[in-house]
Design a protein around this ligand. Structure first.
Ligand SMILES: NC(=O)c1ccc[n+]([C@@H]2O[C@H](COP(=O)([O-])OP(=O)(O)OC[C@H]3O[C@@H](n4cnc5c(N)ncnc54)[C@H](O)[C@@H]3O)[C@@H](O)[C@H]2O)c1
Length: 259
């Protein structure tokens, strides 16, 4: 079991479809102890999902933009476990007017909100948890390839580009403490967040026709497996990396079969 004895904080579970849910499930099967976070209106949904895991787990309050919530999570984990070995950041949000083809008219406040919740928060979470990782640890976040401009993704795409950069700076600053920082760049998956983006289905269709390995938008398990690997000691010399788990989509420019 590659995560035997690891103590993991996993953010970003709303439903059983959430990528983070699949990470929690696989991590438990690999021997980890897990605590989830949620906040506000969706907390009940997270608690329902938490009770469906192989071993039901606690849900801590965390709006990642609230320093007092981060302090509360750190205090809880210190009492509970005395330390933490890994954390998954599976958090993204962009206001409606920042997505779906309105790039040119999005107000600065909406673009800034997407940045704060989806990119700056990776630093906020990593920096808050680092003091609990006294013997090193692993911080993992979720990316959507930001090296290109996509239809509909708009300011969320810009926020992901920022996340990729934040990840490198975090890797630079936490590396000397033995803390690794990496991203998994996932192909499209049919979660609450993704289905909320107008035009998501068309983007998903591209993957179906172009990914060399094929791609199932209903199956987050390959993404979850890679995250478990990055949280494990097998990845102990990897930091500042972006691992594409997208059926190979990123390496081709067009569908192989143009007929
Ligand atoms: N689904 C996809 O196609 C896809 C592809 C690549 C990357 N991702 C990324 O995966 C991550 C998880 O998304 P998902 O697709 O599983 O969707 P999801 O809707 O299940 O999860 C998004 C989570 O973000 C949380 N969140 C939003 N604002 C927050 C805040 N202020 N504080 C704390 N939590 C907050 C939500 O509560 C939710 O749990 C996101 O970073 C997303 O961008 C998703």
């Amino acid at each position: 079991m590659i995560l035997d004895g690891k103590r993991l904080l996993i953010t970003g579970v709303i439903t059983k479809d959430s990528i983070a849910y699949h990470v929690a499930e696989q991590a438990q099967r690999e021997g980890a102890s897990v605590v989830l976070t949620s906040f506000g209106r969706v907390r009940r949904m997270t608690e329902r999902a938490a009770n469906r895991l192989p071993e039901p787990v606690d849900v801590l309050e965390l709006d990642v933009n609230k320093p007092e919530d981060l302090d509360g999570v750190v205090a809880d984990l210190r009492d509970r476990w005395g330390g933490v070995d890994g954390v998954l950041h599976a958090i993204a949000f962009a206001p409606e007017d920042a997505l779906g083809g309105r790039f040119l008219s999005t107000p600065a406040e909406s673009a800034a909100e997407a940045f704060t919740t989806s990119a700056f928060s990776f630093k906020a979470l990593g920096a808050a948890l680092a003091p609990l990782m006294e013997s090193g640890g692993s911080v993992v976040g979720l990316d959507f390839d930001a090296s290109l401009a996509w239809p509909i993704y708009d300011w969320m795409g810009v926020a992901k580009a920022a996340l990729e950069s934040v990840s490198r700076y975090l890797a630079r600053d936490l590396g000397p403490r033995g803390i690794r920082v990496n991203l998994v760049s996932a192909g499209p998956l049919g979660t609450v967040a993704a289905r909320g983006i107008p035009g998501f289905e068309q983007l998903a269709e591209l993957w179906r026709s172009q990914a060399p390995l094929g791609w199932d938008i209903e199956d987050p398990s390959p993404v979850a497996s890679t995250i478990c690997f990055l949280l494990s000691e097998y990845a102990r010399a990897i930091s500042g990396e972006i691992v594409h788990v997208d059926g190979g989509f990123h390496c081709v420019g067009a569908p192989a079969d143009l007929s």
